[in-house]
Ligand binder design. Structure first.
Ligand code: HEC
Ligand code: HEC
Length: 288
């Protein structure tokens, strides 16, 4: 009798456990989706121009080193990342090395994603795994010598790659820390707004001071709080509005790559957009 009762309750417990672990999976997928939008993964991994399937790759990224194509990151086992384990995925974004040791080109912003937490990278993995697989091969990059040789990245990594995750700065308020994390790790704003040296690495001494001829020939303005050269005259609310609607205080709408970024930041909570604005306002103003 007792054992029978125990058996029943064990089954009930098992059921309860499986229900709650499914709920945890759903939570991870939802959190992953949120981060996925903030990080604009879709922007480089979907060939929107040619009506490409979501995340199936083929989007061309024109750079001074040649043309790169975002690869297929759907869960297709042959052409996508269907065979990657969670640990391999986390490691790829943390270290910029693929499961087979491939050194990724920094046009893939792993130099920013490395600052994300394990938990957030796992959530993005859960979200990607929940998407439809697409059996479409990735396009090979068309990169000039010597950049076409991944071995040339060995030196580059030694000189320019710092591995995360980001540490919280206990001397700063929580919203600043959240903003720092969103701007630098997830939304990788510096990948377009920070000038690069001749090796294509971000020049942190001039962080966020604007780029004349960035990816795809776009010019990304100075977003440091410099009153004339940057966005020093913008209020926190005006920066938040831009990240929500794409509208500047001069009633213009941002275009090109920034319009893509805003599609993602528009999906964030107002609290997160405020944190990003608070962080941007705290930067060192840089003129010129
Ligand atoms: C600025 C463009 C850009 C953004 C944004 C971007 N990627 Fe990529 N990604 C690339 C490029 C280009 C490559 C190919 C790098 C290489 O071949 O060295 C790549 C490679 C990858 C790979 C390796 C795929 C493979 O088959 O080896 C994964 C996984 C990946 N990206 C996931 C993501 C995720 C997840 C996000 C969002 C958090 C993201 N990417 C955002 C451009 C981007
Ligand atoms: C893919 C490249 C890219 C990324 C990533 C990017 N930006 Fe931009 N940003 C641009 C470009 C290009 C413009 C200019 C758009 C225009 O004038 O139409 C711009 C404009 C802006 C402006 C308006 C500045 C002005 O003076 O009008 C702000 C503010 C801004 N970006 C903030 C951000 C923030 C915050 C992030 C991170 C969430 C970010 N950007 C990520 C490319 C980018």
């Amino acid at each position: 009798m007792i054992s029978k009762r125990l058996g029943v309750s064990a089954a009930a417990l098992a059921l309860l456990f499986s229900v709650s672990s499914h709920a945890a999976d759903d939570d991870a997928v939802k959190r992953g989706e949120y981060l996925f939008h903030a990080a604009d993964c879709v922007g480089c991994h979907t060939d929107v121009k040619n009506q490409g399937k979501p995340l199936a790759g083929g989007r061309a990224l024109d750079t001074p080193f040649g043309v790169y194509y975002g690869p297929n990151i759907t869960p297709d086992p042959q052409h996508g990342i269907g065979k990657w384990t969670e640990a391999q995925f986390v490691s790829a974004l943390r270290t910029g090395l693929g499961p087979d040791g491939t050194r990724f080109y920094p046009v893939f912003p792993f130099t920013s994603f490395t600052w994300m937490t394990d938990e957030d990278l796992k959530a993005i993995y859960a979200y990607l795994k929940a998407q439809a697989p697409v059996a479409q091969p990735s396009k090979p990059h068309e990169v000039k010598f010597p950049f076409n040789i991944r071995f040339s990245l060995v030196g580059w990594r030694i000189l320019f790659f710092n591995q995360g995750p980001l540490k919280t700065d206990p001397s700063k308020p929580a919203d600043w820390n959240r903003g720092n994390y969103l701007v630098n790790a997830v939304a990788h704003c510096g990948e377009c707004h920070t000038p690069r040296n001749s090796f294509g690495a971000m020049d942190q001494a001039r962080a966020f001071s604007g780029v004349k001829n960035g990816p795809d020939g776009q010019s990304a303005p100075n977003i440091t709080p410099h009153p004339d050269k940057g966005i020093g005259k913008w209020s926190i609310e005006e920066i938040m509005d831009l990240l929500e609607s794409g509208q500047t205080p001069e009633m213009d709408f941002v275009g090109s790559g920034m319009a893509e970024v805003v599609k993602g930041t528009a999906k964030l909570t107002a609290e997160d957009r405020r944190a990003m604005a608070v962080y941007l306002k705290s930067l060192k103003p840089i003129g010129g």
